[in-house]
Design a protein around this ligand. Structure first.
Ligand code: CUA
Length: 348
């Protein structure tokens, strides 16, 4: 096989693979859980972004195709042949039609791209919250997400619970984004674009999921050692389920008599300087609110599943699970550890 033929085949198979990948990514019909596919948005702003990016992609693909075909034709048609006399072909200057065409066509193309993009930016960034919108404040920490519902009096961590928008009943969630330490970035690929959380600056964004399920996101701005362990879960409920979740979260913390020893021990340690358990003397705000700790799926912002066993390992020495995290090893004895974990698992 000739070298040029091999090269052409290689290029063709690469293009075919790339196209297959893009198409399968675009049309894969996966449920939202554990999908972080930007080609399958299930939220109004993310869908608007996909539409404009497909338009841009299509226009650019058209330009690529025209230029590529003309280039390939020229290279083959006017290649060097045996018996060429080696003279330069005639040089032609000053074709008004040609110059007009290659000035006007790019201007029109750029103008169309500009208008379509500007309209989408305006629609997404300028959207006003409709009646019935939910307001949530997300605060970035190294390396977890504090999630506050100011109107509902709920504070949780790493899991944003929101209602779904059904036809006729819009329930978008408007987010205020803040950071207490460094810059983070809130990104749930199926729900919206990325928005940074910056210290001393308040950013806003919104999501409007149209399908229930669990959506996975993560911090998209390098923010230190455990940047990769800063996962987000957005749990989208039906309105009834959401109301139930709100009612559960509003309840004050459990006070199980069986776990009294652990509870007393917890309140005698410095745990209470960093964590809040609503309705108790634990009012720290440096670490996640533990009022309903066991209602959450993971520990350490998605690092490990939230089971009693993992919780014990976490309290014993968080550094073995999430190196560099701000929770210290409390140097508890095995007995103290058992008591504290026995208390924590009652916080449902
Ligand atoms: Cu927070 Cu990266």
């Amino acid at each position: 096989m000739k070298k040029s033929t091999r090269r052409a085949l290689g290029a063709a198979s690469f293009l075919f693979l790339a196209a297959t990948f893009l198409l399968s990514a675009a049309f894969a019909a996966e449920a939202p859980t554990n999908v972080t596919n930007i080609f399958r948005p299930l939220s109004i702003p993310a869908q608007a972004i996909r539409e404009v990016s497909f338009l841009v992609l299509a226009i650019c693909a058209g330009i690529f195709l025209v230029v590529g075909v003309l280039l390939a034709y020229t290279v083959v048609r006017f290649r060097q042949r045996p018996g060429d006399d080696g003279r330069e072909p005639p040089q032609i200057y000053g074709s008004n039609q040609l110059e007009f065409a290659w000035t006007v066509i790019p201007i029109v193309t750029v103008f169309v791209l500009f208008l379509a993009t500007a309209r989408t930016i305006y629609d997404v960034q300028g959207a006003a919250p409709p009646a019935g919108a939910l307001n949530v404040t997300v605060v970035g920490h190294q390396w977890w997400w504090e999630i506050r519902y100011p109107e509902l009096g709920i504070v949780t961590a790493n899991e944003l619970h929101v209602p779904v928008s059904e036809s006729g009943q819009r329930r978008p969630t408007f987010l205020r984004l803040e950071s207490v330490d460094v810059a983070h970035s809130f990104w749930v690929p199926q729900l919206a674009g990325k928005t940074d959380l910056i210290p001393n600056k308040e950013n806003t964004m919104w999501i409007e999921p149209v399908q229930t399920g669990t959506y996975i996101g993560n911090c998209a701005e390098y923010c230190g050692l455990q940047h990769a362990h800063m996962l987000l879960r957005v749990i989208v409920h039906t309105p009834e389920e959401f109301a139930k979740w709100v009612a559960e979260q509003k309840q004050s913390s459990a006070d199980d008599p069986q776990a009294r020893a652990g509870r007393d021990l917890f309140f005698s340690t410095s745990c209470i300087n960093c964590h809040t358990i609503r309705g108790t003397q634990a009012t720290g705000t440096f670490g996640p609110d533990l009022t309903h700790l066991m209602s959450r799926e993971t520990l350490g912002a998605g690092t490990v599943p939230n089971t009693a066993e993992k919780l014990r390992a976490w309290v014993r020495d968080p550094q073995t699970i999430k190196e560099g995290c701000n929770m210290p090893n409390m140097q508890l004895t095995d007995n103290e550890l058992n008591q504290i974990v026995a208390y924590l698992v009652t916080l449902k």
